[in-house]
Design a protein around this ligand. Structure first.
Ligand code: OOB
Length: 552
């Protein structure tokens, strides 16, 4: 068969793809098929709500059609990549389904991303357009998009959603609400081809873009919706940034739409905003990272909140949920807790709603599909004895076989026979549930937001007062981990301060969550005994030193 897939995409081997189809895991549907089907089944059901919008499936479908035609009029065509940087608003759903309808591929950026992330993403994805909002949380995203366009010549079209207060969209951008196009029929996408590109948490140099197909992602969405027992009465509250894989598909907004339910957008995940949204929209299920779950529990325990009794299920994941917090959430919020351990590359594990309390409280669940393969191995790739900690590898019907157009990253992250090396240290219990113990690499997991040590070190090394820098994660009671920079000063008499380092990194156009939380100026780095060049050994030695109280 002629291979017409997106160049740079590593498809599943033909025999495995055939098996997944024969087993009915891959159904041959596209995202656009799903929206059209749900609209036909129940056009008047509520599809998406936020503070200002309330769209039925028929409304959404009509808007998607109009926007798809308008985007096509701008010359955006099937196969084109388009950066999407939008907050949690109803239009997020409209925009991504419009791109799906015309066969263009959204590249999912987070609202917190800045120039230093967006430019390499746009280049790596060879994006031809960017869709963003004008302002969000007082930040001018249109101006940011203009900076990106200035540095990425291939990205010629800048489409901006106007602010809801009527502020004029800058003249250098195209106003999304004025997009018009002659009605047209778009050819149906190939369900086995790439539908969009997700971002991998923590990367250096060339960002790792994750190609997900209609077939594989819809399988994970459907299976998640089943496990979380979604149906047409579901109201999924998107509280985390909706472009992230967790609120998008675990079971997320796509799960809710797949089930014919409703997506409700919360402007931000703070208890004040989210509790009001739960009450206003009757949200039944949502997903949070552990630090936010703790804030919600504290707020609910204090009493006097809006009525959140419609909420039945709370998913917690993205970072390790401490057992003590897991035990607290159900009683505090009146929900059933579901732990979720997932990754944008594929594998998602859940505790099941009817699992014994001990499993829900102290494990991160088990793979959602019996067709997910997991192996726990040592550094040499040999299986470790059952019940011992080891490195998690996985492959299956919705775990990618390679990053988009990135042979160097593929060499590191995938085995020759297609297993994804997750980098997670886990323990596989006899009952099949996984307990996540940590990471093999130098990625800091700051309450679900990932920071690559190497990437941040590169920024610090550009600081004139910094001769050398090593990033390590230090334990933190709120975030789980935070970022500590051990620094050698260029001039010991003028050591860099935390404030100056943070300001410097911020000005380089880096997302705020990546700024170091602590700076420790030291006279020298410890001897590692394994050669001066091993930054990993240095990080390990500094971590040991900091755990012994040498760092504040
Ligand atoms: C989710 O996706 P990513 O791609 O931002 O990050 C994946 C990594 C995992 O490899 C693991 O290191 C960590 O995040 N992680 C957890 C965890 N869930 C994710 N570590 C400990 N406990 C957990 N429950 O973070 C993501 C994607 C889909 C669903 C949920 C989370």
């Amino acid at each position: 068969m002629l291979d017409t897939h997106l160049p740079g995409f590593t498809p599943w081997p033909a025999a495995e793809a055939r098996k997944y189809r024969e087993l009915g895991l891959w159904t041959g549907e596209t995202f656009d098929d799903v929206l059209r089907a749900r609209t036909a089944e129940n056009p008047t059901a509520l599809a998406v709500v936020d503070q200002a919008r309330r769209w039925t499936y028929a409304d959404l479908d009509a808007r998607v059609d109009e926007s798809a035609c308008g985007l096509a009029e701008l010359g955006i065509a099937a196969g084109d990549r388009v950066l999407v940087q939008l907050p949690n608003i109803a239009e997020f759903v409209e925009v991504i389904f419009a791109l799906f309808r015309l066969g263009a591929l959204p590249v999912f950026c987070l609202p917190a991303h800045r120039r230093a992330e967006l430019v390499p993403i746009a280049r790596a994805g060879r994006a031809v357009a960017m869709i963003t909002c004008h302002h969000h949380q007082l930040f001018d995203h249109a101006a940011l998009a203009a900076e990106v366009r200035a540095e990425v010549p291939a990205l010629t079209r800048l489409i901006v959603l106007p602010d809801r207060d009527g502020t004029a969209v800058p003249e250098y951008a195209i106003n999304f609400s004025e997009l018009r196009g002659a009605p047209r029929n778009f050819p149906r996408a190939d369900p086995s081809d790439v539908a969009f590109l997700q971002l991998s948490g923590g990367s250096t140099g060339i960002p790792k873009l994750i190609p997900r197909t209609h077939d594989d992602y819809l399988f994970s969405v459907r299976r998640s919706a089943e496990l979380c027992e979604l149906d047409t009465s579901t109201v999924y509250l998107a509280a985390l940034p909706v472009a992230h894989n967790f609120p998008m598909s675990s079971p997320g907004i796509l799960g809710a739409l797949w089930a014919g339910g409703t997506v409700a957008m919360a402007a931000d995940p703070t208890p004040a905003t989210a509790f009001a949204a739960i009450e206003a929209f009757g949200a039944t299920i949502t997903g949070l990272v552990p630090p936010l779950a703790r804030l919600w529990a504290e707020r609910a325990e204090a009493g006097g909140t809006p009525d959140i009794s419609s909420l039945r299920v709370l998913l917690v994941g993205g970072a390790r949920c401490p057992d003590e917090l897991a035990a607290r959430l159900g009683p505090a919020l009146g929900v059933t807790l579901q732990q979720v351990f997932g990754m944008a590359e594929g594998l998602v594990c859940y505790t099941r709603l009817d699992d014994p309390a001990e499993v829900i409280m102290s494990t991160q669940g088990r793979p959602m599909s019996e067709h997910d393969l997991v192996a726990v191995v040592d550094e040499e790739g040999e299986p470790v004895p059952p019940g011992t900690d080891g490195l998690l590898r996985t492959k299956g019907p919705y775990t990618i076989r390679g990053y988009y157009d990135n042979p160097a990253a593929n060499e590191r992250s995938f085995t020759a026979d297609g297993w994804y090396r997750t980098g997670d240290v886990v323990c596989l219990r006899p009952d099949g549930n996984l307990v996540v113990k940590g990471r093999q690499d130098d990625r800091v997991n700051r309450g679900g937001e990932k920071v690559s040590a190497e990437e941040l070190e590169e920024h610090l090394l550009a600081h004139p007062a910094v001769r050398d820098a090593i990033i390590v994660s230090v334990p933190d009671s709120h975030l789980g981990e935070r970022t500590c920079a051990f620094v050698l000063a260029t001039d010991p008499a003028l050591p860099p301060t935390l404030l100056s380092v943070r300001k410097f990194v911020r000005e380089r156009g880096v997302a705020a969550w990546k700024l170091p939380d602590l700076v420790e100026v030291v006279d020298s780095f410890p001897e590692t005994g394994v050669g001066k060049t091993s930054r990993r050994a240095l990080r390990a030695a500094l971590l040991t030193a900091s755990n012994h109280g040498n760092a504040s």
